[in-house]
Design a binder for this molecule. Structure first.
Ligand code: NAD
Ligand code: IMJ
Length: 272
């Protein structure tokens, strides 16, 4: 069996690594969600988890997944609604009185803005993509910080994509929003560093999730990666989750903040 197959079949859990820690996960929509792979790994390492879902449409899905994780809690949260964000952190304060980890795995742009030319992006579409995909990290970090201070520090982690550093066909306004997200990671790391709260991002290679399914030609992107990444393959949500575990656990990454780590089989380094 190839090494990667062994890795994929084994959930390296490091039992006990995150015992006594509490984390909140934004961005589970489906079993393929990157946030779900991360949540499973954090839970296996002993972390207590709170899941949020965006709107009633996703409630059942997220409930079904969260039910497989003992002691987890689920709350509604559309990141554009201040009152829902406030209610989430009040509930955590009441239930746990502490927070150690926040996973931000949220992005959205209008479908029509993810095709054709970037120059045609509407004001509305630009604002929406930036509000949900970039500003929400700052909103959530601000709300989480007081609870993380009570834990003596914490780790905030977001998901980004190479399209925020380089031009990627059709990524368009999402790329501009990811550039804002990446820079928000650095400014937030600077603001929260004195409180021992670390802020990092994982830049994942293409993975077939709901957020990828809507994209025309996604399968040909995956095929292209097999030929052009240094490792000649794609990455999995499980591989992203492994890096997430490392960035969350102070034992493994206490000196790492303001960082964007690529889990993309090396594609970010390829020029020609
Ligand atoms: P996904 O569709 O499973 O996750 C996207 C999540 O965003 C969903 O859970 C959705 O409910 C949530 N969301 C959208 N609008 C929201 C709002 N207003 N309030 C709260 N939540 C909202 O897809 P995914 O691929 O797991 O995406 C997660 C993150 O990973 C995104 O930031 C995405 O940009 C990033 N990413 C994905 C890939 C990929 O190829 N799939 C690659 C690199 C980075
Ligand atoms: C998305 C669009 C165009 C090219 C793309 C992607 N490539 C990759 C993605 C090459 C890897 C997936 N990605 C990294 C995302 O961040 C996707 C975000 C997204 C997806 C949708 C689809 C459905 C919809 N709105 C969306 N908003 C954001 O209506």
């Amino acid at each position: 069996m190839m090494t990667t197959e062994v890795l994929e079949k084994t959930q390296y859990a490091f039992p006990g690594l995150l015992n006594g820690k509490v984390g909140i996960v934004f961005g589970v929509a489906h079993k393929t969600s990157i946030a779900w792979a991360i949540a499973q790994r954090l839970s296996a390492a002993g972390m207590k988890l709170i899941f949020t879902y965006q709107g009633d449409r996703l409630k059942e899905n997220v409930e079904e997944l969260a039910n497989t994780i003992e002691g987890s809690m689920i709350l509604p949260c559309d990141v554009t609604k201040d009152e829902e964000v406030a209610a989430v952190f009040e509930a955590i304060e009441k239930q746990y009185g502490q927070l150690d980890t926040l996973i931000h795995s949220v992005a959205f742009a209008k479908k029509e803005d993810l095709a054709g030319a970037f120059i045609d992006t509407s004001r509305d579409g630009f604002m929406l993509a930036h509000e949900i995909s970039a500003f929400s990290l700052t909103t959530l970090a601000k709300a989480a910080a007081p609870l993380m201070e009570k834990s003596g520090g914490g780790s905030i982690l977001t998901l980004t994509y190479l399209g925020g550093e380089r031009v990627v066909k059709n990524y368009n306004v999402m790329g501009v929003a990811k550039a804002a997200l990446d820079m928000s990671v650095r400014y937030l790391a600077s603001d929260l560093g004195p409180k021992n709260i670390r802020v990092n991002a994982i830049s994942a290679g293409p993975i077939k999730t709901l957020a990828a399914r809507g994209i025309s030609g996604f399968s040909s992107i995956l095929n292209y990666m097999e030929e052009h990444t240094p490792m000649q393959r794609n990455v999995t949500a499980n591989e992203v989750a492994g890096m997430a575990l490392a960035l969350v656990a102070p034992e493994l990454s206490s000196g790492v903040t303001a960082e964007v780590i690529h889990v993309d089989a090396g594609f970010h380094a390829v020029g020609f």
